[in-house]
Design a protein around this ligand. Structure first.
Ligand code: CP
Ligand code: NVA
Length: 307
């Protein structure tokens, strides 16, 4: 059974197929989820991921059911395994935003229904599909182009790095000491097909020649107790006009959102002409539809099946 816990679960060719499906509209895709439910469980807040996944399920003919994490209570109210087996009787797929990536792995290991990662402490693969979709729209073929990540090498960065490597891009990371990728991780990303992988300890240096500059919050959900230290450590890593000036003159700025103007990005940049963050957020829905349609294809989920 095919699940979608990480971007690198896909081969380069399969990512291409997901992106192709993401650009197709209903007439081409049919209603593979007709008569099915899709469970959407959130242990953390969400705007884009919830809205885009709900709409993508509807666009494929299915019925999304949103549930807050505390309502199911992973390993508190009942075990992850019991929750998964029960929900698999109601739904064609289960998607979850979890505190601990290991919960998704336990769900997927049961092979009851396809499991989709809607953000974990490790990764955010749905975001990376929308990111690549947006960069392809803006920049054309991505192979050989340069993408820069500035900030925390965390969930969003890890998935973006995987996606950009699958696309054959040059990846440049600009991270403060202690917040970057280790040597093993840099090798892993390179082995996925990146044209090159480089990590620097300055935002301006990392942005040099970049065709797309990405960042994310400096304090992720669940890290609030560490806010003071993080803001101090990341102080020199704001994407401002100096950083964008180091990039290619037609470079675009991207951010998964939510954003904090004046913290990880200057208002002039996120609200300026290089910013593609609104298109990027809108593409979350098309990316979600592509992922769902791909999992239907791979797992032989077609309209009219009964469980
Ligand atoms: N980018 C993203 O995942 O946004 P939400 O947290 O609002 O879903
Ligand atoms: N890194 C952020 C991404 C939010 C979409 C977080 O985990 O909170």
């Amino acid at each position: 059974m095919r699940h979608f816990l990480d971007t690198a679960d896909l081969s380069r060719k399969e990512l291409g197929r997901v992106l192709e499906l993401a650009t197709q509209r209903q007439e081409a895709l049919g209603w593979p989820l007709a008569d099915y439910g899709v469970a959407l469980i959130f242990e953390k807040p969400s705007n884009r991921t919830r809205q885009s996944m709900e709409m993508a399920v509807v666009q494929l003919g299915g019925h999304p059911i949103f549930t807050r994490g505390e309502e199911v209570g992973f390993d508190v109210r009942e075990s992850v395994e019991d929750i998964t087996r029960i929900m698999a009787g109601y739904h064609a797929m289960i998607a979850a935003r979890v505190i601990d990536h290991g919960v998704l792995e336990r769900m997927a290991s049961l092979d009851e229904v396809p499991i989709i990662n809607m953000l974990s402490d490790k990764s955010h693969p749905l975001q990376s599909v929308a990111d690549v979709l947006t960069m392809r729209e803006e920049l054309g073929s991505l192979s050989g182009l340069t993408v820069t990540w500035i900030g925390d090498y965390n969930n969003v960065a890890r998935s973006l790095a995987e996606a950009c490597a699958l696309e054959g891009m040059h990846l440049r990371l600009g991270c403060p000491d202690g917040y970057g990728a280790d040597g093993e991780e840099l090798s892993r990303i390179a082995s996925l097909g990146a044209a090159s992988v480089e990590q620097l300890d300055s935002a301006e240096a990392a942005a040099e020649g970049a065709h797309a500059v990405h960042t994310d919050v400096f304090v992720s959900m669940g890290q609030e107790a560490d806010t003071e230290r993080r803001l101090r450590d990341f102080a020199a890593f704001q994407v401002d006009e100096n950083v964008m000036a180091a990039a290619d003159q037609n470079a675009i700025f991207m951010h998964c959102l939510p954003a904090h103007r004046g913290v990880e990005v200057a208002a002039d940049v996120i609200d300026g002409p290089a910013s593609r963050v609104v298109r990027q957020a809108h593409n979350r829905m098309h990316a979600a539809r592509g992922v769902l349609a791909f999992l239907c294809e791979e797992n032989d989920i077609t309209k009219g099946d009964t469980k």
